[in-house]
Design a protein around this ligand. Sequence first.
Ligand SMILES: Nc1ncnc2c1ncn2[C@@H]1O[C@H](COP(=O)(O)OP(=O)(O)OP(=O)(O)O)[C@@H](O)[C@H]1O
Ligand SMILES: [Mg+2]
Length: 303
Amino acid sequence: MQETTRPESSAPAASAGMASGALGTKPSGRVHIPAALSGDLAGQPAGEPEVADPVFSCRSVSVFYGEKQALADVTVDIARGEVLACIGPSGCGKSTFLRCLNRMNDTIPGARVAGTILLDGQDIYDKRQDVARLRARIGMVFQKPNPFPKSIYDNVAYGPRIHKLTRTRAELDELVCTSLQRAGLWSEVKDRLHSLGTGLSGGQQQRLCIARALAVQPEVILMDEPCSALDPIATARIEDLIEELHGTYAIVLVTHSMQQAARVSQRTAYFHLGRLVEVGETDRLFTNPRHRLTEDYITGRIG
Ligand SMILES: Nc1ncnc2c1ncn2[C@@H]1O[C@H](COP(=O)(O)OP(=O)(O)OP(=O)(O)O)[C@@H](O)[C@H]1O
Ligand SMILES: [Mg+2]
C-alpha cells in the first residue's frame, strides 16, 4: 500500500530510526542517517512509479554486494524520452540502481541482482540476453570524464566499429560528425579530430564521452553525476544538452544537485538507504512531497 499522507508516512521514518537506534536530529537540525537498510520502508514507493508504455520497467529490484544489501525492492518505470533524476544522500544506492540498468553490476565480483528489469518488455537478465548488445542500446556517462587515450575521432568511432554499425569510412565519418554535433562539441573540435581526446578541457571531455555514448545510437543514456567534476559554465552546457537530447532518448540522471534535477528532469526518484522512497513528477515532488523522508531531504534536514 502506498504511503500518501504525510502524518502516516512519517511513521516509518521514525520507526526506522528507532529500529536502528540511530535516526536522531543533530544539533544542526539535520538528521543522522543510520548505515543499515531500513526494513520499514518496504513496498511500493510513494508517488507515481508506473507509466504507460515504459522503456524500462523495474520490479522489486534488489542488489547485494556479497552479504550486504545495497538496493531493496525498487519498483519503478522509466518513460520513453523522459529525464528521470535520481537523488538521495550519499550511499543510498543511486549508482547501484543505474548500474542495474545496463548490467554493469555484472562486472563487480560478488554483486547479485534480484527482481525483474524489462527493457521494451524483454528481461535484460534473461540468460539469452547478449550483454554486449544490451550495453550498445544503453549508453553510459560517468562522473569523471573518461575518454580513451585515443584521438577525438577514434573515441567516437570506437563503439560503431566494435558493433559494426557502419559499412564504409564515409558512413563512419558521418556518424562521428553527427554524434559530435549532437553533443554540442563539433564546432570546437572539427579542426583537430585527430588530436588526443584526453587533451580537451574537462567540460569538452564530458561532451566527448556523451558523443561516444550517442554514436552507438542508444535508446537510453545513463548519466552518473555527469557534471560533478565540471565548472558552472561546462555544467550549463551539459544541462542544455540533456534538455536537447530528452525526447529522443530516455535519460536516467544521478545528481547531487536538487537544482539540477529541478532544471532538467521531468520525473524525480528519491532514494534513501537503498530504498526508493518516492518517485513522481519533478515539480510535484519538490513542491508537494508525499513522503516525510523526501520532504526532510529536499528541505535540507537530511544530507
Ligand atoms: N563494489 C561494491 N562493493 C561493496 N559495496 C558497494 C560497492 N559499491 C557500492 N557499495 C555499497 O552499496 C551502497 C550503495 O552505494 P552506491 O554507490 O550505489 O551509492 P550512491 O547513492 O551512488 O552514493 P554516492 O552519492 O556517494 O555516489 C553503499 O553502502 C556502498 O558502500
Ligand atoms: Mg554514486
